[in-house]
Design a protein around this ligand. Structure first.
Ligand code: ADP
Ligand code: MG
Length: 254
């Protein structure tokens, strides 16, 4: 088990009288891909945004890289990569110019083409953000999180709305980023994605963690409890057919 890089203890968030996060606790190990899973409204984004210093918590304790959120949020900001709202992308700038602009904001010398290459978008260096496909937009947005060489990146539903190939391409990209030593926290609704990607997951429901372990252990526990899935009639599903027919190499167009 690695070093703990994020520690969340008894986190609460109230929006007025509505209690959205009700005492969430979890630790994230350095170098892992940690998933927050749960239905819409479970409190995933709220939890992430509090850790990212973008939202005030009501109570609880958060440390990132050993730094206390209450005492030194600016130090935390320097360590993390956050996906910006797409509205933050100036419409008249192309991808190279956008990266140069963010690099300037972060005061980080950056080679835009090299960075676009890591997300397989070098062919789109002169394109505007709005001209990209859904998968390309997500890859660009992930590239922007890497500009300040963060220890941790936060991805909030990066694959929602993408087609199966674009999702797989993004999984490969996220694994590459982790292989280079970056810790990844991701939220998703897709359980197949969490199973492939995440070392450990916290399942959140109505503002509480209801399970926390590796996907493998959670599945084993369910099976040990006597659960049996209705018999599989076929050895493949329609998604397998689609991927088999169309391939899933990192295409520039998805
Ligand atoms: P998730 O990301 O898991 O879908 P959120 O953290 O976005 O969940 O939201 C958790 C709950 O808090 C939801 O019921 C949502 O409607 C509510 N909520 C989120 N943001 C606000 C806000 N700014 N004001 C009031 N309620 C909010
Ligand atoms: Mg959300």
């Amino acid at each position: 088990m690695g070093n703990i890089i994020i520690s969340v203890k008894d986190l609460h968030k109230k929006y007025g009288s509505f209690h959205a996060v009700k005492g969430i606790s979890f630790d994230v190990n350095e170098g892992e891909i940690f998933g927050l899973l749960g239905p819409n409204g479970a409190g995933k984004s709220t939890t992430l945004e509090i850790i990212e210093t973008l939202r005030e918590k009501t109570s609880g304790f958060v440390t990132v890289g050993g730094v206390d959120l209450d005492t030194d949020p600016n130090e935390i900001k320097k360590m993390i990569g956050v996906q910006l709202q797409t509205s933050g992308y100036y419409p008249n700038l192309n991808l190279t110019e956008l990266i140069s602009m963010f690099a300037g904001l972060y005061n980080q010398p950056t080679d835009p083409i090299a960075l676009l290459k890591t997300v397989n978008l070098e062919d789109k260096s002169k394109a505007k953000f709005k001209e990209l496909s859904g998968g390309q937009k997500q890859r660009f947005s992930i590239a922007t999180t890497l500009i300040n060489h963060p220890k941790i990146i936060f991805l909030d539903e990066p694959t929602t709305g993408l087609d199966p190939q674009a999702r797989r391409n993004l999984w490969d990209l996220i694994k590459d980023i982790r292989a280079k030593g970056t810790t990844v926290i991701i939220t998703t609704h897709y359980m197949d994605e969490a199973e492939v990607l995440c070392d450990r997951v916290a399942i959140i429901d109505s503002g509480k963690v209801i399970a926390l372990d590796s996907p493998d252990k959670l599945i084993d526990e369910l099976v040990a409890s006597g659960f049996e899935r209705p018999k599989q009639v076929k050895n493949a599903n329609l998604e397998d057919v689609f991927i088999h027919l169309t391939g899933h190499e990192l295409r520039a167009d998805n």
